[in-house]
Design a binder for this molecule. Structure first.
Ligand SMILES: Cc1cc2nc3c(=O)[nH]c(=O)nc-3n(C[C@H](O)[C@H](O)[C@H](O)COP(=O)(O)OP(=O)(O)OC[C@H]3O[C@@H](n4cnc5c(N)ncnc54)[C@H](O)[C@@H]3O)c2cc1C
Length: 396
């Protein structure tokens, strides 16, 4: 029996989430050790070169690419939270571009193949992708259509004589587009059928007519490659159709939900990473005879950031819990995506400010986080699109 009636605040309490078990924490430890030993030391170098394909191969060997995928396809058979653990730990590499390249492979291109693919498609693409032997990318965005997915122009026309589809069009901002072996491609198969006129295809990137036009230069996420792609009379067999013909729009809207939630988890982890690094800095860096963290103005910045990060984290975890239980919480996923991305941008901006001139210098890694995080308010659905989804969900 306790002899004191005075309760002390538990500031260092562990297990700040109800969704993770001991097994998740063990998985976290092993991913963390891999990330810290084999990825983080290269963060700066890969800004110049983009990360090598060998990262995907190595992660496949270690079993990290199919954590929540069924064992029959070489996955680990874990729950959705294992993907959240991966997204969180990848943030420790300090390279947003690397985390994004891996997430496009595991949580953007893979889920539609698993959900809608035939057994043959799964054997051809999912199994080697989980092993890290084949790399995936996802093509939705086009030069003339991003937020408005229904405005895409890439066409797939059925050729009865050969039982093939002929694809023409172009895609832009495609992550992994230069390294990928296959693209999950969103096309229109019936221009007159509205939302029922879209179809997905699995198109090998070495098929004649697939042109990797340009490596695009960008503000951040330098460790990832971003492609402008053209498809000129690309012929694929009818068996390359992924999912139901005409249902591609709904398939890709479903895919975007998982992508957004994983992105949100990555944002929270990225914000936490910057926060931790900056906290250490603020305790050491002195000005006017004291550590800068002891100025009330700076202390309050940390308090504000910590509160926002925690709120975003709980929103992500609660939504992940619903998603893992088989619900389709589109409103909450949109909220989690919107809020986490905004928090990540606000936090990295404050962290840069607290670092002063050092924040602007490359060697501290904060400027990279600041640049990398900015994408999250645009990619996978902009802030404005998320607000629209949330607003419309109330019947407006
Ligand atoms: C580095 C990077 C990597 C990417 N990776 C991929 C990838 O792998 N695969 C892929 O398919 N795509 C990818 N994208 C594309 C990304 O998803 C799109 O950029 C994003 O969806 C926005 O589309 P857009 O750029 O065409 O902007 P637009 O749709 O042209 O939007 C421009 C502005 O208008 C606003 N706007 C648009 N519609 C509305 C509306 N209804 N109400 C209010 N405001 C609106 C937007 O919010 C935005 O501020 C990537 C983008 C980047 C930058």
């Amino acid at each position: 029996m306790a002899t004191t009636s005075v309760l002390k605040p538990d500031y260092d309490v562990k297990g700040d989430s109800f969704i993770f078990t001991d097994e998740h924490e063990q998985l976290r430890e092993s991913i963390r050790s891999f990330v810290e030993k084999e990825l983080a030391p290269h963060a700066e170098e890969w800004e110049e070169t983009t990360f090598p394909d060998s990262v995907i191969h190595r992660m496949g060997e270690l079993g990290f690419l199919g954590l929540d995928k069924p064992e029959e396809y070489g996955g680990q058979g874990g729950d959705y939270y294992t993907s959240i653990v991966l997204a969180e730990e990848m943030a420790r590499a300090g390279s947003g571009g690397l985390a994004m390249g891996v997430a496009v492979h595991t949580d953007m291109a893979m889920p539609p193949i698993l959900a809608f693919g035939t057994d043959e498609q799964k054997q051809d693409w999912l199994v080697p992708a989980i092993k890290g032997e084949k790399i995936l990318c996802l093509g939705i965005t086009e030069p003339d259509a991003g937020s408005d997915v229904s405005g895409i122009k890439t066409r797939a026309v059925y050729d009865e004589a050969t039982d093939e589809y002929v694809i023409n069009g172009s895609k832009t901002y495609i992550t992994n587009g230069h390294r990928a072996d296959v693209i999950v491609l969103v096309t229109k198969t019936d221009a007159e059928a509205g939302y029922d006129g879209f179809s997905l295809f699995l198109v090998p990137m070495d098929a004649p007519g697939v042109i990797r036009e340009k490596k695009l230069e960008k503000l951040g996420m330098h460790a990832s490659d971003t492609a402008l792609l053209a498809f000129q009379d690309v012929r694929v067999p009818a068996s390359a159709l992924l999912g139901e013909k005409g249902k591609g729009f709904y398939h890709i809207m479903w895919e975007l939900q998982g992508e957004r939630l994983i992105g949100a988890a990555g944002c929270v982890a990225g914000a936490q990473q910057a926060f931790d690094k900056t906290l250490e800095y603020a305790k050491e860096r002195e000005a006017f005879g004291r550590p800068i963290g002891n100025f009330q103005a700076i202390r309050h910045k940390f308090a504000q950031m910590a509160t926002k990060i925690e709120a975003a984290r709980q929103l992500v975890y609660m939504t992940a819990w619903r998603f893992n239980n088989g619900e389709y919480p589109v409103r909450e996923i949109s909220m989690a995506k919107l809020y986490s991305a905004q928090v990540a941008c606000e936090v990295t901006d404050e962290c840069l400010q607290i670092h002063g001139g050092a924040g602007y210098m490359k060697e501290y890694g904060i400027e990279r986080s600041w640049r990398d995080m900015r994408l999250n308010r645009i990619g996978a659905g902009t802030d404005e699109v998320m607000l629209d989804v949330i607003g419309r969900s109330y019947g407006l």
